[in-house]
Design a protein. Structure first.
Length: 239
């Protein structure tokens, strides 16, 4: 089991395939995703890595968070989350994961917080058909109708579909396809829609219901010192 990544949703666009077909994609940004801490079986009872992404002003970071990030020797992060991993895929603290952690054609599961809709009625929230437009129904055409029984049991059962708060909850979408990745810009393009609003944090991990294709990096897509040297030429080379 490999770790996932924390990405930021930039929005939706489309890209064109070689045959001219356009594919709707959601663009996810992987910004300085680093391992902040480890969880091992001896101390914590399970194996996992804690990842952090983005940058956060020190003045807006609590003293406890500053000590936590200082111990890992990384800058304060805006978002922190844990991912379960197997022992052989454990990563060292400070390791940076890039967008090349995933490859084109791979399926992933994404987790995000859905867009909040506020207080919504039963028709919008649960897809109710509403009451009849005539023949005795007055004013309450969009109401949900009866909510329970008579004297026995004399109450409304828990979980009854009624009007209430809609959205702003944790949503998992499974088996989305990775269309393209760009490690230089830190971009992952996922086919279809991803839960959450623009700027929201999304957790992306390998799909649990699909097998991993060949070519997936193990233990993760890591930014190495050699790649940084190629990306950042020396002063002598620049001259």
């Amino acid at each position: 089991m490999r770790t996932g990544v924390i990405a930021q949703k930039l929005g939706m666009t489309r890209i064109f395939a070689d045959n001219g077909e356009h594919i709707p994609v959601t663009v996810l940004k992987v910004d300085n995703c680093q391992v902040v801490a480890q969880r091992d079986a001896e101390t914590n009872g399970y194996t996992a890595v804690q990842l952090g992404v983005g940058t956060k002003k020190v003045i807006r970071t609590s003293a406890g968070e500053r000590g936590h990030f200082a111990k890992a020797n990384v800058e304060p992060k805006r978002k922190v989350a844990e991912f379960r991993v197997s022992q052989e895929n454990m990563l060292e603290v400070g390791t940076e994961i890039t967008a090349n952690h995933f490859i084109a054609g791979q399926h992933v599961d994404v987790v995000g917080t859905s867009i909040g809709k506020g207080f919504a009625g039963a028709m919008k929230r649960h897809g109710f058909g509403g009451l009849r437009a005539s023949h005795g129904v007055s004013i309450s055409h969009r109401s949900h109708g009866s909510t329970g029984q008579c004297q026995d049991p004399g109450r409304v059962f828990k979980g009854k579909k009624m009007a209430g708060h809609m959205g702003a909850r944790r949503v998992t979408t499974q088996n989305l396809e990775i269309v393209k990745t760009d490690s230089e810009r830190g971009v992952i393009m996922v086919k279809g829609a991803v839960p959450g609003s623009k700027g929201g944090w999304i957790m992306v991990r390998d799909a649990v219901k699909k097998s991993l294709p060949e070519g997936v990096p193990f233990p993760a897509g890591i930014r190495s010192a050699a790649s940084e040297a190629v990306a950042e030429p020396t002063q002598e080379t620049a001259e």
